[in-house]
Ligand binder design. Structure first.
Ligand code: BEZ
Ligand code: FE
Length: 310
């Protein structure tokens, strides 16, 4: 039998006989048909699309049985290392850009609303509340950084009482939850004042690697990719009637921005000037920082209406 390249196949790299193509297509159709009685139409839509794309992928790369085994072993290792503190599947989603694509689909641009970015695995519920002007460091090491800004809606109205959660790594690139001693540091929440303004002390963000001692780290090494993230500080901002925003600010001039962020989280609109302040220069709230240098940044946050999503 003559072999030919089947033009219906997605980007085929090998010749496949018409008989073989028919066998492969028949299998796809059988699997699709198995979802015909799914009561939930959305579940049916998602599963059918998943099957189409997965079979298309297997056929396009002509997946070997050895490669299939490697994939199963990889996913098994992701499961084994995952617990209530370590989520390897989210890391996998992050480094494949799947997290950012999901965020893009669900946070459509709307009239100047601040852009969203990846949530990451280090948010913790019940972080301490700080007053306006308070310090999120809680003993975490790093250069002090004064952050201030406003929260408004897309018509420019201030949003009083917006809840702002902030969290970040210390100067050695570790979040509090990555230490074994149960410390709570480098995270807090606060609320905007009557004019929708906020201000607090944090730490000047520094670049750090995502956890790369597991299967996702091995994958990055195998494809010659760095596990580094660009320096950033996380925000989650919520208020009644407005779309909750999960985002970061990135540090303008951070060399890692040019090298790349391993989870594709950087958006130009989130790159923020952090102005360096010499030791002994006066602070906005007269805090005495002794001989330490510090930095300051402004981040004005615009929330879309809650009704704006997909
Ligand atoms: C983070 O920024 O905290 C993060 C995001 C994605 C993966 C790992 C860490
Ligand atoms: Fe982070």
């Amino acid at each position: 039998m003559n072999k030919h390249t089947c033009t219906d196949d997605p980007n085929p790299t090998q010749s496949v006989t018409p008989e073989q193509t028919a066998i492969e297509r028949e299998l796809v159709e059988s699997v699709l048909a198995s979802f015909a009685n799914t009561p939930d139409p959305r579940l049916r839509e998602v599963m059918e699309s998943l099957v189409r794309h997965m079979h298309s992928f297997i056929r396009e790369v002509r997946l070997t049985e050895g490669e299939w085994n490697t994939a199963i072993e990889f996913l098994t290792a992701c499961g084994h290392i995952t617990d209530d503190k370590r989520q390897e599947f989210i890391l996998l989603s992050d480094v494949l850009g799947a997290s950012m694509q999901t965020i893009a689909v669900n946070n459509q641009a709307y009239r100047g609303a601040t852009e969203a970015t990846v949530f990451g695995p280090f948010f913790v519920d019940h972080a301490p509340r700080i007053p306006l002007g308070g310090d999120i460091a809680g003993g975490a090491a790093g250069e002090p950084c004064w952050l201030e800004g406003t929260v408004t809606d897309t018509d420019g109205n201030p949003v009083p009482g917006a809840r702002i959660e902030v969290w970040e790594a210390d100067e050695s690139g570790r979040y509090d939850v990555q230490y074994p001693d149960g410390r709570v540091a480098g995270r807090a929440h606060l609320f905007t004042d009557d004019a929708g303004a906020y201000r607090f002390w944090a730490l000047t963000p520094t670049p750090y690697p995502i956890p790369h001692d597991g299967p996702v780290g091995k994958l990055l090494a195998a494809v010659n990719r760095s596990p580094m993230r660009a320096s950033h500080l996380h925000f989650m901002v919520s208020a009644d009637g407005l779309r909750t925003l999960v985002t970061h600010i990135f540090v303008a001039g951070d060399p890692q921005l040019a090298i790349g962020d391993c989870v594709f989280g950087v958006k130009d609109s989130l790159i923020t000037d952090f102005e360096r302040q010499a030791a002994s220069s006066p602070t906005p709230d007269d805090r005495d920082l002794g001989a330490r240098s510090w930095s300051r940044a402004r981040f004005d946050i615009v929330l879309a209406p809650a009704s704006v999503g997909r």
